[in-house]
Design a protein. Structure first.
Length: 246
C-alpha cells in the first residue's frame, strides 16, 4: 500500500467536498476506535484543526472508560475542538414515550448520535463526516440513517485491514490501533463476534467477491448473504416511476 498517496488523495477529497458545499468545516463522532481516529487525523490534515469538531458520545454503563479516554487522547493530540455528550438521557426520554425491543433500542443509539452530529453541523454550517470503512459498508454493518447517515465517507473505500495500515502511517496511537473493534452498542459487544469472523477473514472474502471469485465454505456464503441482504442500505430510497402516467 502507498499510504502516502492514499492519505493525500483522501485529504484532497475532504477539502474539495467541503469547499464545493460552501461549508465551514466538518463534524464527526469520535468513539475512541481506530476508524474515527483515522478520519479525525485525515480531516485535520485536510482542513486544519480549527475546522474540525469531534463529538464524543458515550452511553452510561455501556461505553468503557477506556474508549472515552482514548477519544479524548485523539482530540487533544490533534488539538481539535471537542464535546463530551452523554447519550443516556436521550435514550431514556425516548423510551419513556415508546416501547422498543432490543434491536430497536440498539439501532436507536447510533441514530441519536448522528442527530447530535447534525445538530452541530446545522448550527455551525458544517458537513457531517462518516467513519465507516469498506468492509462494514459492503456487508451493511451500520445503522441506516444512524452511523450510515452522513455527508461524506472518507475511508469508505478502504477495507478495515487497510485502515489499520493508514492508521500506523498517520501516527494514530498504538493503543487505539490494537483495540478490539466495537460499535459500543451493548456491554461486551465486539464487531468480529457479531460478524462471525475476523476482519482479516472478512476482507479476504470481500476481495474475492469483488473479483468475481466464489468459494463454497460457510463463511463465504455468510458474507455473500450479508452483502445481498444489505443492498437497500447502500441505495437511495426507491421511487416508483409514474411520469409516463401524467
Amino acid at each position: 500500500m502507498d499510504c502516502k498517496a492514499i492519505v493525500e488523495r483522501i485529504s484532497h477529497f475532504i477539502c474539495e467536498t467541503v469547499e464545493s458545499s460552501q461549508s465551514n468545516g466538518v463534524v464527526l463522532g469520535l468513539s475512541g476506535g481506530v476508524d474515527s481516529a483515522v478520519v479525525a487525523f485525515l480531516c485535520t490534515k485536510a482542513l486544519g484543526r480549527e475546522r474540525v469538531l469531534a463529538n464524543i458520545m458515550p452511553e452510561k454503563g455501556v461505553t468503557p472508560e477506556e474508549d472515552i479516554k482514548d477519544a479524548l487522547q485523539i482530540a487533544k493530540m490533534l488539538e481539535i475542538e471537542h464535546n463530551v455528550i452523554e447519550i443516556s438521557p436521550f435514550i431514556d426520554l425516548f423510551l419513556k414515550t415508546l416501547d422498543g425491543d432490543r434491536n430497536a433500542v440498539i439501532n436507536l443509539k447510533p441514530r441519536i448520535r448522528m442527530t447530535i452530529n447534525y445538530f452541530f453541523a446545522n448550527k455551525l454550517r458544517r458537513l457531517v463526516v462518516g467513519t465507516g470503512n469498506k468492509s462494514e459498508i459492503m456487508i451493511g454493518y451500520f445503522t441506516k440513517y444512524g452511523d450510515g447517515g452522513v455527508d461524506l465517507q472518507p475511508i469508505g473505500d478502504l477495507y478495515k485491514t487497510e485502515v489499520l495500515e493508514v492508521a500506523k502511517f498517520l501516527g494514530v496511537p498504538e493503543n487505539v490501533i490494537r483495540k478490539k473493534p466495537t460499535a459500543g452498542l451493548y456491554v461486551g459487544q465486539t464487531d468480529e463476534a457479531e460478524i462471525g469472523m475476523s476482519y482479516a477473514e472478512l476482507d479476504e472474502i470481500l476481495k474475492l467477491i469483488e473479483k468475481g471469485i466464489k468459494r463454497e465454505d460457510e463463511k463465504f456464503k455468510r458474507v455473500l448473504s450479508l452483502l445481498n441482504a444489505s443492498e437497500h442500505k447502500r441505495r437511495l430510497p426507491p421511487i416508483p416511476r409514474v411520469r409516463d402516467l401524467i
